[in-house]
Design a protein around this ligand. Sequence first.
Ligand code: PRP
Length: 188
Amino acid sequence: MHGPTVHDDIQRVLFSEEQIAQRVLELGRQITADYADAVARGEEIELVCLLRGSSIFMADLARAIKLPVRMDFMCVSSYGNGVHSSGMVRIQKDLADDVAGRHVIIVEDVIDSGLTLKFISKNLESRGPRSLEIAALVRKDLRDQADISCKYQGFACGDDFIVGYGLDFAERYRNLSEVCILDPKVYA
Ligand code: PRP
């Protein structure tokens, strides 16, 4: 076993590798229970991963769901290399699958302003899915967040800049095993 991340740029570990693993298993169990009947009826689940940040969460969550799932990937970006959302969401790579008639679960790493999910939910809803839900690893507890209904939420946190377990700052730190608070000196 490795110890916790020790890194000059990290202020502290917010969610440990063990906490994340536990919570992802719980979310997987919940999703398995919620969709078992639908799958038994022959309906399909489509996990839609929003690249790049959600790639690691997607890989773990998909394996925690004990039902057949399809997996597809969409690359969206709103932050560029900055700290704040630009509010402009761009689809850089669209899905390969047609999600019409399928139970879509959007897999997202973090809900910050909520602008990404607001945009993508509306976009996917227009494609005629049988149902549409959101699974987010972390939701920031912010007053001015967009109104998003997230059925499967891993954790909540404050307005700190978090990295790790897929989350980056300027494309760094994605491969940390924990979710960590970045030292403000890094982006000051
Ligand atoms: C980040 C993150 C979410 C989004 C959340 O993506 O991965 O997708 O921002 O922010 P919001 O709720 O304020 O919209 P980013 O655009 O940085 O791309 P990435 O996934 O490649 O890191």
